[in-house]
Design a protein around this ligand. Structure first.
Ligand code: TYD
Length: 256
């Protein structure tokens, strides 16, 4: 048994995996940061990630994705999936196995909502690719911060919504062409796209209610954070024992 596979003395429980989803300006970064703080205050170990990103390759792919106006939708899909596979293999799966909680801004459901509902790629194909990319690293809880796109987009453009990080990402990522994912957001020019993404998210949540918590993102941040923490506390109370190290995708669990 390699050191990476040796049982950790630190925790006998698998970490809790929480993802945040929602449109632009929905306050995901604010809520994921608050959740991380709250869990740490309970003495838990937590890492907070964002997609695309979180690994060297993922951050490189992020730059490619967000600076490729007119990118073909299938190319875009596969790049998001490549970033995800890397993040799961190198960071998420090892962390969960080691008893560390993982909080991630965007994950599998962003692909279903944006590339599936938004750009019209077959949802079954996306499901299959997501499964290949994540293996058993399925979120225990996915929080949908639901907001009408025009309200969310205006919070982003005003830099409000209490979300400095999202504001920063927005500045970093905007480009003028109106094609591809980022182009869709610039100036809120294609509101219909964002409406479709929102409807997609709601359909995904309805189809799998046990995994999702749907919240009205216009509620005060403190109220939202309390509701999220209540669900996470309930999960912690029924936390699964850690599984033996085993990759379902055939990749090594940790970098060699
Ligand atoms: P970013 O500015 O990081 O996100 P946010 O909108 O949360 O501030 O931009 C990420 C963009 O990438 C966002 O428009 C959603 C999109 N995206 C997809 O289209 N598919 C995906 O699988 C992921 C993870 C993101």
């Amino acid at each position: 048994m390699s050191p990476a596979e040796a049982p950790s003395a630190r925790s006998s429980k698998r970490g809790i995996f929480v993802t945040f989803e929602g449109g632009e300006g929905s306050g995901k970064s604010t809520q994921s940061a608050l959740l991380k703080e709250a869990l740490e205050a309970r003495g838990r170990r937590v890492i907070r990630l964002r997609e695309p990103g979180g690994t060297k390759l993922g951050e490189d792919l992020r730059q490619v994705l967000l600076n490729s106006p007119g990118i073909d939708r299938t190319t875009e899909l596969l790049l998001f999936l490549a970033a995800r596979a890397e993040l799961v293999a190198k960071t998420i799966r090892p962390a969960l196995r080691d008893g560390i909680d993982v909080v991630c801004d965007r994950f599998i459901d962003s692909t279903a909502a944006y590339q599936g509902y938004g750009r019209g790629i077959d949802l079954e194909l996306i499901r299959a690719l997501n499964k290949t990319a994540i293996g058993d690293a399925v979120p225990d809880l996915t929080v949908l911060l639901d907001i009408e796109p025009d309200k969310g987009l205006s919070r982003v453009s005003k830099g409000s919504g209490g979300d400095a990080i999202e504001g920063h990402w927005q500045a970093e990522l905007s480009f003028p062409e109106n094609e591809g994912i980022k182009g869709k957001r610039v100036g809120g020019r294609d509101l219909a796209f964002h409406e479709t993404v929102r409807a997609g998210y709601r359909a995904l949540a309805e189809a799998e209610p046990q995994r999702w918590l749907v919240l009205d993102a216009t509620r005060p941040a403190a109220e939202l954070s309390a509701a999220i923490l209540e669900r996470v506390d309930a999960l912690a109370a029924t936390q699964r024992p850690r599984r033996p190290a085993r990759a379902t995708t055939g990749q090594p669990l940790l970098p060699t």
